[in-house]
Design a protein around this ligand. Sequence first.
Ligand SMILES: Nc1ncnc2c1ncn2[C@@H]1O[C@H](COP(=O)(O)OP(=O)(O)O)[C@@H](O)[C@H]1O
Ligand SMILES: [Mg+2]
Length: 327
Amino acid sequence: MTELLKVNNLVTQFKTESGLVKAVDGVSYYLDEQEIIGLVGESGCGKSVSQLSVMQLISAPGEIAGGEVMFEGQNLLNYKANGPEMRSVRGAKIAMIFQEPMTSLNPVLTIGQQLTEMLQLHMKMNDDTARKRAIELMSIVGIPGAESRIDDYPHHFSGGMRQRVMIAMGLSCNPKIIIADEPTTALDVTTQAQLLELMKDMVQRFRTSLIIVTHNLGVVARYAQRIYIMYAGRIVESGTTKDIFSKPRHPYTIGLLKCIPRLDEEEGTKLVPIEGLPPNLINMPTTCAFLPRCSYKLDKCAREPWPPLKAIEGNHYISCYADTKEK
Ligand SMILES: Nc1ncnc2c1ncn2[C@@H]1O[C@H](COP(=O)(O)OP(=O)(O)O)[C@@H](O)[C@H]1O
Ligand SMILES: [Mg+2]
């Protein structure tokens, strides 16, 4: 497979009155063509900021302070955030689908107006062609009676149907990459599963790649080929989905896995939440940020800096001194 996106050492921070928030602190990952990856971590660990940085959608007091976002041979960070190059990437080549469609859809415009706007702007379609394509896209994403619903407003749609509209918008310009940030978090489990299936089908049909961003490791289990686990602004473990689920090695990943129900475990197996809270990203210690919550910690962990990622086997990486395999 060919590498489509490669993020190297991305650093994004916010200068706030209470101090410097290191939301993304040296994050690296890659995405291959037609691949689905998962980016997983508790709320506030920097998932959204890392993705918004790829799109250069960070506004003051935030700034991208370092790193590279390589896409089609170019470092997107060399482009001006509001310049023509970045505008032709955003939405058209890399599309983002957000968690709460009610806030990303404009309540005073019809679904049709919002879908056709994208097609006219990026695909240069005329009114008629754009409308036909919008109806087609609505049908593709499973909105029944698309032709009669295209002139409805967002509030006429259920949460699940609105998220389908967002997926249709995401797909409208045949992007190379779709970034879905907590795409199903606000929905019930059945709708969640239907939408994830839909996104998987769309990835195959439109030959795109997909980044699923979620706080729920269970969500990506069936869909992602590889998973990146993020904690306090950094990637702490990455590997194939099989590696992460069958041989998790970072204490945080091990903790996350204990909080999700597993089909392959006996009924009645207790779900154990990770004790403690994620750290405040202001004025972070130089030691491992997971240390206060870690049940595998060694003396060394309190003395040495947060360890960099190291390969433990093939494409499986962790940033940890402890040997969790031994426990
Ligand atoms: N505009 C902002 N100003 C200050 N801090 C911010 C801003 N946006 C995000 N942050 C901080 O960046 C960190 C990462 O946020 P985010 O990427 O949204 O987390 P996640 O998506 O993983 O829940 C959080 O600590 C958050 O408080
Ligand atoms: Mg988020």
